[in-house]
Ligand binder design. Sequence first.
Ligand code: AHR
Length: 497
Amino acid sequence: HRARIDFDRRFTVAEVPERLFGSFVEHLGRCVYTGIYEPGHPTADAGGLRRDVLDLVAELGPTMIRYPGGNFVSGYRWEDGTGPKADRPRRLDLAWGVTETNQFGLGEVIRFCRTVGVEPNMAVNLGTRGVQEALDLLEYANHPSGTHWSDLRRSHGDEEPYGIKLWCLGNEMDGPWQIGQRTATEYGRVADQTARAMRMIDPGLDLVACGSSSRAMPTFGEWEAEVLAQSYESVDYISAHAYYQPQDGDVASFMASAQDMELFIDGVIATADAVGAKLKSDKKIDISFDEWNVWYQSAPTGERPEPWAEAPRQLEDVYSAMDAVVFGSLMITLLRRSDRVTAACLAQLVNVIAPIMTEPGGPAWRQTTFFPFAEASKFGRGTVLAVNAEGPTFATAKFGEVAALHSVAVANEDGSVTVFAVNRDLEHPLTLTVDASSLGGFGEVTCSTLTDADPDAKNTLADPERVAPAVNGSVVVEGGTVSVELPAMSWNTIRFL
Ligand code: AHR
């Protein structure tokens, strides 16, 4: 099987948004407790952050962290996670059926973000709470001093305001599982009212209205249209969430999951632009794809936690080589659509459907999905180029014939060009020819490839380095053309230096 692509530096799609490489820390399972935060761990710093995890997060390269949920936020009182730790209340977390100790909260997550050097993306509770509590949180976080909430923050030891610019107005408010679920009209109004009031404190905020929890929601489309009809001029983004897994053993469709993500993005943009057109607005609403990943939702991992346990193991999916390739294809989609998807968060960061795993008191290691994200964040900066592609297809039950090759090219700031390419075909290798003659010459060409003869190969506590990218030695350069063998089911990073 053979495929070819070409691109030209002059034909650009968009600058890669800084916020495209976000991740997500929810109070869920062991994402926070024994994930990023574990006082007493041999590597913990003075504030209880695990240094081994901080090192892996730095290598992963997220640019933004969404916090504190997720479903958790819809029952959360943000004040509980502030002030002296001994005084913080223990609460029932109804979203996940556990006990929240509140030993980690707003000040701690800001310290985490500052240590890693990433932007915080804060969600407000529009499930059990509303406009006033969102304003209190914003005042506590961002107002310099001289008011009740800002002086309370200072009394808690944080003299400098947190300067949080990006805010999510609730989470998945369309979902029947969400505490305080609302209709689109109810939510659209409260999102608009909250946004407008928050802008009275700071007009420069970037605000995300909740879109659909997935493209499969029965209200998808109508939800976006109604929420934006209510809030178009007061918000900047509409969110999208998507999780993929093989259904009924249909791995071919699973390999093509990015088709669904593409259709989702198309649908949300069309709907948002239709609302804008009706309103005769020249403003455009972008997508914040603030939860995306592979997630084996129908096969929950581990045992059911004891009711009201503290930080039990929940959603600890262990990812395979195949999962990493699908994940890479989702990352390629986000890059390809970064003209309108200008923020995104890999859900989540540690232990909970995450690229990084830890053991309490023990080591931390990289899941298979760690690598496509890390390479995309490291080499996917600069300008996305339009790619022309030709090649074979494979049959899927859900999406019909789908191109085996899924790729994107990024002109990097240092003059190099990076092509990310996935071979989604599970059986056939692809000989990829890249016509890079438009680059007018280039130096060395390298290719790193993640694949495995066993699609189910995983990195585990016992064997943490089983799956990793390796140098692909098949690169052949002939003038302005490069060819490289892409194994069946592979994620590839090709660099023109
Ligand atoms: O990321 C796990 C959960 O998935 C989040 O809490 C929720 O927003 C989504 O349904």
